[in-house]
Design a protein around this ligand. Sequence first.
Ligand code: FPP
Length: 258
Amino acid sequence: MAAQKNTTPAGAPADSAEAPPLHVAIVMDGNGRWAKRRALPRTLGHRAGVEALKRIVEAAPDMNIRWLTVFGFSTENWSRPAAEVAELMALPKRYFETDIARLEREGVRVRVIGSDKGLSRDLLKICREAEQRTAKNDRFFLNVAFNYGGKADIVDAARKFAEAVAAGRARPDDLTEALFESQLATGDAPPPDLIVRPSGEQRLSNFMLWQAAYAEFVFQDVLWPDYTAAHLQAAIAEFQTRNRRYGAVVPDDALAAG
Ligand code: FPP
């Protein structure tokens, strides 16, 4: 079991002033409420959510973001009514059908992260094709978290390591935070600098639990289908006012304490 690079922030406190977030993660929330306000079925809210995703994926590279991880379907969303689950299952196809050629051309590498369990063969084929078509790209990385749960992600990584130990490929002492992190669904991507949740809700909902350890959070009062590049720009501006300390102190405060 080979360790990948340690992407955990280490060392001195980093000021995020001016530095753009390299990895942004978004909980795309509010499709249902958007539809309800218009007296439309929830399915139309989800379809409008796909259009918002397209806008944001187009805009993000110009904001110097390199990794974008979006929450498309959680392991808990299976408990929704069957008709809504069916609509949610159709979203990756709806997105990739229209956009995969552009993503491929524009240097975007797509990964669909999450469990395969419960997904139809057709859907898995669409997702794997999108990944294969863009596998050589490295200008921008798009992770679509689909049938994803942060707890399941951690359990899967633990299982992989336990299997390596059982097979004699690793020893318990080999386990480090960096090695563990490399086994998560986000692989060798750095952890998100910024996690955005629109729709006014302020919780993580089992999204990237490990990876969120030192992320900055920005909650915005806009429903996802209405989300535009200007909202993302505003979230980044808010991020740039934050002082990231990673548990350390800023040098001036350290002097004062001494
Ligand atoms: C949560 O809003 C949103 C979802 C469960 C689906 C998110 C999907 C998209 C935004 C479309 C793009 C996705 C892919 C995979 C291409 P909600 O329905 O819970 O909204 P509510 O809280 O207002 O009811």
